[in-house]
Design a protein around this ligand. Structure first.
Ligand code: SAM
Length: 211
């Protein structure tokens, strides 16, 4: 089966049928070649309904979870988006189809280097990849219209709330090491609103303002 066919089928069966309706998200998931973000030994399972190992104890998230988080973010085409946890660069590639620019931070130097080269080679030229501790955000380009954290935290890092724009939105898995819930954080003039959504299981966010 061709990768194009597998990708169409992934979007239909794993994503649309589970309730994702945002056409822009579905289009991005159809366009980004997930098989280019996994190692050679995993090419045959690149479009499978699960997370996959990317080395260093880390994973590329399940396609459905990538779609859910992206839909919850409600990205507009003039948005600047901060992603914490670059991993393979797959989610950053999806975000880059919807946003004006994406800044993505990865703490493991080898994964940072691989993702940076991969995204460059694939022609994603509105993504900046940074090596560092994303729990403290990335001040240089703040504030961000949207922030997405793709590793689990015990609480929302204060720096990320600070770097979120007014009326901005963040999606982050919050919980303990084994179980978490996706939370939507909205920043308004005098308040921070929080909404708990589906249960998820992510690798831990390790750094100054997390584990
Ligand atoms: N978004 C990724 C993708 O599309 O492949 C999947 C991310 S993986 C589930 C979580 C990533 O978060 C790992 O690569 C891990 O090294 C990274 N991470 C954990 N703590 C971090 C931190 N403090 N700052 C930046 N990245 C971090």
């Amino acid at each position: 089966m061709s990768y194009n066919y597998q990708r169409e089928s992934m979007v239909e069966k794993q994503i649309k049928m589970r309730g994702i309706t945002d056409e822009k998200v579905l289009k991005a998931m159809k366009e980004v070649q997930r098989h280019k973000f996994v190692g050679e030994s995993l090419l045959n399972v690149a479009y499978q309904d699960s997370p996959l190992p990317i080395g260093y104890g880390q994973t590329i998230s399940q396609p459905y979870i990538v779609a859910v988080m992206t839909e919850l973010l409600d990205i507009k085409d003039d948005h600047k988006v901060l992603e914490i946890g670059t991993g393979s660069g797959y989610q950053a590639a999806i975000l880059s189809k919807l946003a004006m620019s994406v800044i993505t931070v990865e703490r493991i130097p080898e994964l940072f280097q691989q993702a940076k080269e991969r995204l460059q080679n694939l022609g994603y030229n509105n993504i900046i990849v940074i090596n560092g501790d994303g729990t403290i955000g990335y001040k240089k380009y703040a504030p961000y219209d949207r922030i997405v954290v793709t590793a689990a935290a015990p609480e929302v890092p204060k720096s990320l709330i600070e770097q979120l724009a007014l009326h901005g939105k963040m999606v982050i898995p919050i919980g303990n090491r084994s179980t978490q819930w996706l939370e939507i954080i909205k920043k308004e003039k005098d308040t921070i609103q929080r909404e708990k959504r589906e249960g998820v299981r992510f690798v831990p966010l390790l750094g100054k303002e997390a584990w």
